[in-house]
Design a binder for this molecule. Structure first.
Ligand SMILES: C[S@@+](CC[C@H](N)C(=O)[O-])C[C@H]1O[C@@H](n2cnc3c(N)ncnc32)[C@H](O)[C@@H]1O
Length: 271
């Protein structure tokens, strides 16, 4: 608890991100990642392998951008730094543990930005989601590779909380609109895009019975992924003595191509 408080106070982030809760979320992610290190390892390995496979055949390797780089748990930083001239890490908060790790790679830099698209919505009250921030960061002429790294399911959480905390009605389909804006913006980028996202949360009891489930895509439709796996986010004892939480993770090595196979209204192939 004391360590978490110290991390909270020492993490540097813009005031807006702190007020919205991004620093708090980042500290709790860091603490959970440490507590659940063993349980998370298979997920981290698979995510890193999916990212490496996604750029393996790229002929040009100038700039790579990682959206939601966070703790760098699921980011193959060494391989990206070896393969690309420049690696740009994007997050609302770059924990100092991650900054420390990047110090040995001079070609790696950090961008601190909120790419949920809700800047106008939470700022001026306009009911509008925009992809301007994501597009601005990712569409430079030398960007050859973009990774959305276990970020998408997180994007709606704090904007929805923002309305709920103020007792204001959450705008209609806000979660789905944020998710779809991210998916469409990624699909329009000229670079190769690797998308890794958790899509579904499941709660199991000790008998292996499913006791709850939650669609982390808020109803948005995804095409068939290149890989699917379970991430044991909270093993027994973490969120409750007799329950554990699993996230189903989908990986797309070339999101632009996968997106174009989508048939409107098709079921989400994540459950
Ligand atoms: C589940 S973590 C992803 C894990 C991360 N790839 C890693 O390896 O540690 C989600 C990340 O998304 C970031 N994030 C959440 N909302 C964001 C937003 N609106 N804009 C940019 N990053 C955001 C969080 O700060 C967090 O680092």
């Amino acid at each position: 608890m004391l360590l978490e408080l110290a991390l909270y106070l020492t993490m540097s982030a813009p005031l807006r991100h702190r007020l919205l809760g991004h620093v708090r979320e980042s500290v709790s992610l860091l603490a959970r990642s440490r507590r659940c290190r063993a349980a998370w390892e298979p997920h981290k390995r698979r995510a890193r392998a999916a990212i490496i496979a996604a750029f393996a055949d790229l002929p040009r390797r100038r700039t790579a951008i990682v959206l939601g780089s966070g703790l760098l748990d699921d980011v193959p930083l060494r391989e990206l730094a070896a393969a690309f001239d420049r690696v740009r890490l994007v997050d609302t908060v770059h924990p100092w543990t991650a900054r420390l790790e990047t110090r040995r790679y001079p070609q790696v830099d950090h961008v601190t930005a909120d790419i949920s698209g809700t800047r106008l919505l939470l700022g001026g009250g306009e009911d509008m989601i925009t992809d301007a921030d994501l597009t601005g960061i990712c569409s430079g002429p030398d960007v050859d590779f973009v990774v959305s790294a276990n970020l998408l399911s997180q994007l709606p959480i704090l904007p929805i909380d923002w309305f709920e905390a103020r007792g204001r009605p959450v705008p209609l389909h806000l979660g789905r609109r944020i998710v779809e804006t991210h998916l469409c913006a990624l699909a329009r980028l000229p670079a190769r895009v690797c998308l890794i996202t958790d899509t579904l949360e499941r709660e199991d009891d000790r008998a292996g019975r499913e006791t709850d489930r939650l669609d982390l895509m808020h109803g948005a439709v995804l095409p068939i992924p290149d890989a699917l796996w379970d991430w044991e986010l909270a093993p027994f004892g973490e969120a409750g003595r007799d329950r554990r939480i699993l996230h189903r993770v989908a990986a797309f090595r070339d999101w632009g191509s996968a997106f174009r196979t989508l048939t409107p209204g098709a079921p989400v192939p994540s459950s």
